[in-house]
Design a protein around this ligand. Structure first.
Ligand SMILES: Nc1ncnc2c1ncn2[C@@H]1O[C@H](COP(=O)(O)OP(=O)(O)OP(=O)(O)O)[C@@H](O)[C@H]1O
Length: 237
């Protein structure tokens, strides 16, 4: 599904990512891990076209996202839940969802169906459609950011630390949505710092260190204590 090859990207003089390779397959949860500042968020932004690729390819289907302007990336079927959620705090829940729907299908019937389909996953949001997004709890905001990302009917869903700072019941709710999307056949790419949250969820873990690939682990690898120890070593925990 997603096949990144030799990606270099950054914000100016010194590149942050230096020749990174990464695959995310349909029907799998791929977790990107690495220490603070390793370049995880930069990689997500590069996929979305928000940080320009200086070299390499970001293959999705037959397309190369690295060659595309940012506004075209969601139309390729890429949903993005950025770190910190980036909602429109002064707009209502319904209006925030409309922003997502706006990037999706054009005809009214499809839009209505899409809205209903997405909201079915988040009953808590349905009860709060006219509430201002800025007044939602952290967990509800995360649900709204996820709902908005799903409005493009993604085949690839990117989530950057979606459970950061949430209470356990909300973490579980977000986790269930990720699993449901994986089981629906989406490729899910998740940035997560906490190893406990990853074991049992990840089909694959890819570690980056200082903008370079360090090591990849399969689900089977992670069940072996020696591999899990090595993963902890990469993360310094
Ligand atoms: N807008 C920016 N301008 C300049 N440098 C930046 C910018 N955003 C990030 N960086 C730098 O790029 C490097 C990688 O940052 P990035 O946010 O991708 O790391 P990360 O792995 O997601 O870290 P964390 O786990 O702390 O979120 C860091 O050294 C950071 O200071």
């Amino acid at each position: 599904m997603l096949n990144i090859e030799g990606l270099s990207a950054g914000y100016g003089a010194a590149p942050v990512l230096r020749g990174v390779n990464l695959r995310a397959e349909a029907g799998e949860i791929t977790v990107l891990m690495g220490r603070n500042g390793a370049g995880k968020t930069t990689l997500m932004k590069a996929i979305m076209g928000l940080v320009r690729a200086e070299a390499g390819r970001i293959g999705l289907g037959g397309a190369d996202l690295a060659q595309m302007p940012a506004h075209q990336v969601p139309r390729q079927g890429v949903g993005y839940v950025p770190q910190g959620r980036r909602l429109f705090a002064d707009l209502s829940v319904a209006q925030n969802i409309e922003v997502g729907v706006g990037a999706g299908p054009k005809d009214t019937a499809s839009r209505r169906a899409l809205r209903a389909e997405v909201l079915e996953l988040f009953p808590r949001l349905q009860e709060r459609m006219s509430q201002r997004a800025g007044t939602l709890s952290g967990g509800e905001q995360q649900m709204l950011a996820t709902a908005r990302a799903l409005c493009v009917r993604p085949r690839l869903l990117l989530l950057d630390e979606p459970t950061e700072g949430l209470q356990p019941s909300m973490i579980e709710a977000i986790r269930q949505v990720m699993v449901a999307m994986r089981d629906k056949g989406l490729a899910v790419l998740l940035v997560e710092q906490r190893i406990d949250a990853v074991l049992g969820l990840a089909d694959r873990v890819s570690v980056i260190e200082m903008g370079r690939n360090a090591e990849d682990f399969s689900r089977a690898d992670l069940a072996v204590p020696e591999h899990a120890r090595r993963l902890r070593g990469h993360l310094g925990v």
